[in-house]
Design a protein around this ligand. Sequence first.
Ligand SMILES: [Zn+2]
Length: 335
Amino acid sequence: MLGMLKRAPSVVIGSDGGITIAGSVVIDGHSHVSQRVRVVTHIHSDHTVNLHESIKGSYRIAATQLTLSWLQVFGYSVASPVSLEAGESIRLGDLRLRFLRSVHIPGTVQVLVETDDGNRVLYSSDFKKPGDETPVEEADVLVIDAVYGRPSYVREFDDYIEHLLVDLVKQLLAGGGVRIYGYYGKVNEVMSLLRQGGVDAPFVLAPKVYMMTKKAESLGFRFGDYLLAGSRESREVIRGRWYVYLDHSSRATPGSRDVSTLILSGWEFRSPIRRVSGRTWHVAFSDHSDFRGLVRYVSGVRPRKLYVVKARSNGAEEFASYVAKNLGIQEVLVV
Ligand SMILES: [Zn+2]
């Protein structure tokens, strides 16, 4: 390839955050593409934007098996799924589309699009623990969402927050039930963490979380004993005051005499656990890298060109100017 101009596939970011690569495939948004393939990196709503439109347009929907089955829970009926796991790839015309592992909610992947002569475009999607459990691959062009894009968005306790959360739940269970509220998918991650940490109390799950858990279990995930909230068994368990209830953060209710409430949020930078009232705490458990993790990821990818997607970023401009100045990337665009 000596002397040959290295040309990466074209990248266009739509106003819905969709990433169109080489006019062939679109990721986490909708656009008209020649291969009629839409990738869904995971089920969070900012990554399933305009998915109904892609489905209506008879696009093939490429996602992991877990993401495809969780999409059903969210009311999407995908007629032409392309099931692909992290590490696997498919051919799309003269491109190869590969999924890479990502630590975020279960089922999440990064997406690598590669031409035959080795030019690579990488979309990070959402991730945490870069270079550790989330692999960082080199690419010519990187597309990233700077979710915590401002230099002040740093959580010093990210490395040990999981232990703190498990210990807190154990401690609170001694005095009654515990309710945990977080985003969809994050609560499933927390369920696994609690089991690994030795929490044996039965889980009582709100209906959607219950359905997602059933789907995940059918694909081999294990969560121990869990019950559907409102069922006779769940009412008995709640009377026994030894259980962990899990639901989406939009339905969080404060703790009371019989039950403690934990609200999971990455937007806590001062302390890992903060008591907001009597028996209600905010826990700084995030599924996203903080500012430093984002910078570490970009410096590992070493792109010639970086796109920061405004639609899914907080502090996109600040992040762009920081990495342009400190990492020496030739071209940084906020789109
Ligand atoms: Zn997400």
